[in-house]
Design a protein. Structure first.
Length: 240
């Protein structure tokens, strides 16, 4: 008889676990990096046992988190300002409203990896005038960078998840004037010392030490598949 834990997981079951993780994050049970790690692991899980590892320290089924209300008109952002100096926020902190970062001939660093994100997405207004705004996120989040740069630069250096995955979203509206606004992931920042949790230890035993290589390979395979599809459509358009 097949062990129930060895039963192959379906796409619907993976999505259900991802939603449970999202709810747990909004409730303050998971940091952004924990949510991203477990979401990646959920999409690469193949059995019920592997999915169960990801939620074993969370309430069974989770509680339904309310959809965050739209910010009231005039509601204040939480601001981080560096004027001819530095402003940095790292470690464990809570995000339950929109953020603002202003660097004027100075530097602002916002490290979101260990933050408790109590909203469905992180919204940031970043302004740099002859300064630098650096936003650090876990690789695997979906970064939406918009805005403008005048004699400056705005850029994203994050290993993002393949399209279609329900991963955390960080939305940045950037304005850079002779300055830079950068959003960088783990692979382009000082590595974060992750705590070893029970599910991750079990996962390593199943898949080896570098279990994140599975999700990286999945992203690479998806990019290659999308490239092949684009090439096929282009060849069809040319009448080959």
């Amino acid at each position: 008889m097949t062990d129930p834990g060895d039963v192959r997981a379906s796409d619907a079951e993976r999505e259900a676990v991802v939603e449970q993780l999202r709810v747990a994050s909004v409730e303050g049970r998971l940091s952004l990096v924990e949510l991203t790690d477990r979401t990646e692991a959920a999409y690469t899980a193949t059995t019920h046992a592997e999915l169960a590892m990801l939620t074993q320290d969370l309430p069974a089924g989770g509680t339904q988190a309310p959809v965050p209300a739209a910010p009231a008109e005039g509601r204040k952002r939480r601001w981080f300002v560096g004027v001819m100096g530095d402003s940095k926020r790292r470690g464990t902190w809570r995000i339950d409203q929109e953020l603002g970062a202003v660097a004027v001939m100075g530097d602002v660093v916002l490290d979101l990896r260990e933050a408790e994100v109590r909203t469905d997405r992180v919204e940031i207004l970043a302004v740099s005038v002859m300064g630098d705004v650096k936003i650090i996120v876990p690789d695997g989040v979906n970064v939406d960078l918009d805005g403008m740069a005048i004699m400056g630069d705005k850029k994203v250096k994050v290993d993002q998840a393949p399209p279609g995955m329900n991963v955390p979203v960080v939305r940045v509206q950037a304005y850079a004037i002779m300055g830079d606004v950068k959003v960088v992931g783990d692979s382009h920042a000082q590595p974060l010392q992750r705590r070893i949790t029970a599910w991750r230890e079990h996962w390593r035993r199943l898949h080896g030490e570098d279990w994140r290589e599975l999700s990286r390979q999945l992203r690479a395979d998806t990019r290659e598949l999308n490239r092949q599809i684009r090439d096929a459509h282009r060849d069809l358009g040319r009448g080959y």
